[in-house]
Design a protein around this ligand. Structure first.
Ligand code: NAD
Length: 509
């Protein structure tokens, strides 16, 4: 493949205008039992602007003791919350959705300032959060289950879905409020209460959400404890009075909470990393596939667990496809979120993550892998990496096997269909995959052979609140969104009534 364009990406700067006023920030405290409370440690964690690397806010550094207070509040609030009818809980959820929607502008600015997200990405996050609460409000009122019936003579079996109790939740930095909404909405809809720890890097919108909805929820139903993973998340995973720990994050964190949960045998719900392959067959609409990947590979600067990051393209069309892809990707606009509505690629979230992503690029370059676009960080303050397309990449290269979590697509070629499927599956992850083909038999047959929780055909990274999201293998287990999330946050009980008129039990028992 020879395609190469010189697209000198430049960082569009916001020229000193700030997205935030001081009173936009949430309190530097935990939200426990319906109010903001100082943490026990007296210590704080700085919150950094990824466009500059400077701290602009801080939050309390939580402790295990703070978690314990929050769990006590959540436990105390659970019986009354659980006792509400689905209709009553749904009405609260709809009010939460309205409150988020009314504060869209504030939450968008806060999310963009904290995570460096382009405004369009934050707007999508906030509107998807609203939709998640609205969907779960409706879903709570329309749970379906096996029909009650006499499956044993004279005994009526009734299947009941009950809340689990108190759920511990740990969320990541890439979609701070949206990942919180994906947990909070079904957890509350199912009748549970919760204690949530946002990422220490992006805690602001989650705290602001608690501040905005404090008057809508009974005290103790929603609790937020800020802090570091091993301390606060670790305590949530081992706490004996928590019934489930739900984490969205890296494989290492997932493993840590699953180990912590083992002692108390609490349930575990894990949405972990991904390495989504995109198989482009020779019969694909190559221009459409490339246009689709312009969004799916680089949305949120590629800091996306389902990002289209690893293309396997048939060798006969590789050059043409890469030409389309490079042309598409070279039009992306890089900049600070405050620089305008047309910015599409912001900085990476932190210095540590910037170092990680640029480390992958440096090692790829040293291994002789060519960047048809991008490939090296952009100069200046902030953690900016340009949209990058790496081509002629060997199938066993580090960049094709590990989650980079940045604006990087790798392109490798294949010869045979079976080979493409085998290589696509040959990663530890199993979150999402896609294939581009105009052959309908292939389109119907191959998704069953791809070992991923979501498979798109002629598309990538399009989500629906009604459809489940979650992975196989190293990407974890449990489902977000859809009725399946409500199921995950509920337990199944069988109640059996003996209604035989002669009394006693059926023969044989
Ligand atoms: P991370 O694992 O570093 O952090 C996630 C959360 O886990 C944070 O709140 C962190 O404080 C906490 N944590 C860290 N160590 C912990 C421990 N020992 N015990 C308990 N909690 C701990 O992940 P991240 O860097 O914030 O997010 C990026 C990762 O999340 C990527 O791997 C990405 O693929 C994944 N992710 C997955 C999905 C999905 O739906 N599958 C969605 C978004 C992000």
């Amino acid at each position: 493949m020879t395609t190469s364009v010189s697209a000198p990406f430049e960082i569009r700067r916001s020229e000193g205008s700030s997205l935030l006023a001081q009173d936009d920030l949430p309190p530097e405290q935990h939200f426990i039992d319906g109010e903001f409370r100082p943490g026990g440690s007296g210590r704080f964690i700085d919150v950094v602007d990824p466009c500059t690397g400077s701290a602009f806010a801080r939050v309390a550094e939580g402790t295990a003791a703070d978690v314990d207070v929050a769990v006590t509040a959540a436990r105390a609030a659970q019986p009354a919350w659980r006792a509400l009818t689905p209709k009553d809980r749904a009405e609260v959820l709809l009010k939460l959705a309205d409150r988020i929607e009314e504060n869209t502008d504030l939450l968008v600015r806060l999310e963009s300032a904290n995570a460096g997200k382009p405004l369009a990405v934050s707007r999508d996050d906030i509107s998807s959060s609203v939709d998640t609460f609205r969907f779960m409000a409706g879903a709570a009122r329309s749970i379906t289950s096996q029909a009650a019936g006499d499956y044993t003579a004279d005994h009526l079996s009734v299947i009941v879905r009950e809340p689990l109790g108190v759920i511990g939740v740990v969320t990541p930095w890439n979609y701070p409020l949206l990942m919180a909404a994906w947990k909070v909405a079904p957890i509350l809809a199912a009748g549970n209460t919760l204690v949530l720890k946002p990422s220490e890097q992006t805690p602001l919108t989650t705290l602001k959400f608690a501040e905005l909805v404090a008057d809508l929820l009974p005290a103790g139903v929603l609790n937020i404890v800020t802090g570091y993973g091993p301390e606060v998340g670790g305590r949530l995973s081992v706490h004996p009075d928590i019934d489930m720990i739900a984490l969205t994050g890296s494989v290492a964190s997932g493993r840590a909470v699953a180990k912590g949960a083992a002692e108390s045998l609490k349930r575990v719900h894990l949405e972990l990393g991904g390495k989504a392959p995109v198989i482009v067959f020779p019969d694909a609409d190559l221009a459409a596939a490339a246009a689709s990947l312009r969004a799916a590979g680089y949305w949120n600067s590629g800091q996306e667990c389902g990002a289209a990051c690893r293309v396997l393209v048939h060798s006969s069309v590789a050059e043409e496809f890469v030409g389309h892809l490079v042309r598409e990707v070279s039009t992306l606009v890089v900049g600070e979120p405050g620089a305008g509505d047309d910015v599409e690629i912001g900085p990476l979230v932190s210095k540590a993550h910037f170092d990680r992503v640029t480390g992958y690029l440096e090692r790829a370059a040293s291994a002789g892998i060519r960047a048809a676009l991008g490939g090296a960080p952009l100069h200046g303050p902030g953690f900016f990496v340009p949209p990058t397309v790496l081509v002629d990449v060997p199938g066993d290269a580090e960049v094709t096997r590990e989650e980079i979590f940045g604006p990087v697509i790798t392109v490798e070629t294949f010869e045979e269909e079976d080979e493409a499927i085998r290589r696509a599956n040959d990663v530890p992850y199993g979150l999402a995959a896609s294939m581009f083909t105009e052959n309908s038999r292939r389109a119907l047959d191959l998704p069953g052979k791809l070992d991923f929780g979501t498979v798109w055909v002629n598309s990538h990274l399009v989500l629906a609140t009604e459809a489940p999201w979650g992975g196989f293998k190293g990407s974890g287990y449990g489902r977000d969104l859809s009725l399946y999330a409500l199921d995950d946050y509920s337990r199944t009980k069988h109640v059996m009534h003996n209604h035989g008129r002669s009394g006693g039990t059926p023969s044989g028992l």
